[in-house]
Ligand binder design. Structure first.
Ligand code: HMG
Ligand code: MG
Length: 284
């Protein structure tokens, strides 16, 4: 039987957070509802961060309140601190994510904390979430390159991934935030991380700035990863990572995985509909 690979759809959060023009809440809800019909098991739809820093995500609570929740789908939200966690609980997020960086420069620019300070900040969030029965995912950004510090050592990625895993995150998503990774660099990084987190608990999160995301996914498949983050239509980028392009497009990842003989369980026609919708959201 063909092996299953899961795509974790992050379009409504990572795809939209960087859009400068305000997207109406209703349009975001329609996008999520379309994605819910495509067969994803997890969709990241919200981000409870400082709305002054990421204005596009300011209506995250209203998005979570307005979507039609499909049975069996987990609707996820980013929560950088206890304020974010409380907002996520109030909005009935099904799971949350904390997000750290392997590099100091991006950590400071993104969440205004050193890497170690951020890990300490996440500890009570993870504890509170687990006490409330909410699964917590952990992101590590800049797993190969940092827009501020340059090349990132695999050992630094392993240290942060290991700390998040030990804290209780059920899965660690490894972010090539600025899309500069190469298959060789990704493989070397994964070898280091596999020493502290089993590959079955890792996900790949590749931005496609240099056009190598699909190659990098193949390198990660070779290292045993079976979960990949992607955004319908390939939208996105991080406001605090200058020059970063969007996440690799979900429809391209799904097609490549199918060509490689993996099963994603996604409905390609609905996915194309979601991708078209994402492009319309961008163009207003
Ligand atoms: P800070 O400036 O250190 O926080 O922010 P603070 O505690 O001093 O608070 C500053 C202001 O933010 C205060 O409001 C707080 O109330 C408010 P003011 O008094 O100025 O009116 N505040 C909040 N408001 C709502 N919800 C909250 C919250 N927390 C504080 N949760 C903080 C620290 C992390 C909050 C801030 O730096 C921030 O919001 N940063 C934005 C980070 C972000 O969203 N980045 C993009 C997502 S990460 C990403 O894209 C990478 C990823 O995709 C993986 C990859 O590709 O690598 C995940
Ligand atoms: Mg990202």
């Amino acid at each position: 039987m063909a092996e299953r690979v899961e795509i974790f759809e992050v379009g409504p959060r990572d795809g939209l957070q960087n859009e400068a023009a305000e997207i109406p809440t209703e349009a975001k809800i329609a996008f999520v509802d379309c994605l819910s019909r495509a067969g994803f098991r997890r969709i990241e739809v919200a981000s409870f961060v400082n709305p002054k820093r990421v204005p596009q995500m300011a209506d995250s609570g209203a998005v979570l309140a307005g979507i039609r929740r499909a049975p069996g789908v987990s609707y996820a939200a980013l929560t950088p601190n206890m304020t974010g966690f409380e907002r996520a609980i109030a909005a009935r997020a099904d799971e949350i994510a904390v997000f750290a960086s392997a590099s100091e420069g991006f950590s400071r620019a993104n969440i205004n904390a050193t890497v170690d300070e951020s890990l300490e900040r996440f500890r009570p969030v993870v504890e509170a979430a687990r006490a409330a029965g909410l699964p917590v995912r952990g992101y590590v950004s800049c797993v190969t390159d940092c827009p501020y510090d340059g090349a990132v050592a695999p050992g630094d990625v392993a240290r942060v991934a290991g700390a998040l895993f030990a804290m209780g995150c059920y899965e660690i998503s490894l972010g090539d935030t600025i899309g500069q990774g190469t298959p060789e660099g990704v493989a070397a990084m994964l070898e280091a991380v596999a020493g502290v987190v089993p590959p079955a608990r890792l996900a790949g999160h590749f931005h496609d700035t240099a056009g190598r995301a699909l190659e990098n996914i193949e390198a990660a498949l070779d290292k045993g990863l079976r979960v990949f983050d992607a955004a319908a239509g390939g939208l996105g980028g991080c406001p605090f990572a200058p020059g970063a392009a969007g996440n690799v497009a979900t429809e391209r990842v799904a097609a490549r995985l199918a060509a490689l003989g993996y099963v994603t369980g996604l409905d390609m026609a609905v996915l194309e509909e979601a991708a078209a919708m994402a492009h319309r959201l961008r163009s207003g």
